[in-house]
Design a protein around this ligand. Structure first.
Ligand SMILES: [Zn+2]
Length: 109
């Protein structure tokens, strides 16, 4: 396999991993808060704050991911006239293609 193709595959794997961690934090936030609430109010508050901050950091890292093929931002996170689509940046978790070169995140190769 060509090195360029290996770089693309490993780059997509990194983006998929960050995406899974981000989605796990989003969907696990409320159940995690309930479990932490059973431990006491201090644990609930500090755990919820910590989980929220980790979630923000992971989402920031995910949004700054570069496409392994075109080396531009994979997820376009700002509106402008060149990238606006009705299902544009606000559709972030369902977005599965690079906004610039249309590289698919989950395509079997
Ligand atoms: Zn791209």
């Amino acid at each position: 396999m060509k090195p360029e193709k290996m770089n693309i595959i490993s780059g997509l794997q990194r983006i998929r991993l960050k995406r899974r961690v981000c989605l796990a934090i989003i969907f696990g936030f409320l159940p995690g808060c309930v479990v932490l609430g059973l431990l006491g109010p201090i644990a609930a508050m500090s755990g919820a704050l910590g989980l929220f901050l980790v979630g923000l950091w992971v989402q920031h890292r995910l949004n700054r991911s570069l496409c392994p093929r075109c080396h531009k931002l994979f997820f376009v996170v700002s509106f402008d006239k060149n990238h606006y689509r009705p299902d544009g940046p606000l559709s972030f978790p369902p977005q599965r293609n690079c906004r610039h070169c249309n590289l698919e995140l989950y395509k079997k190769r």
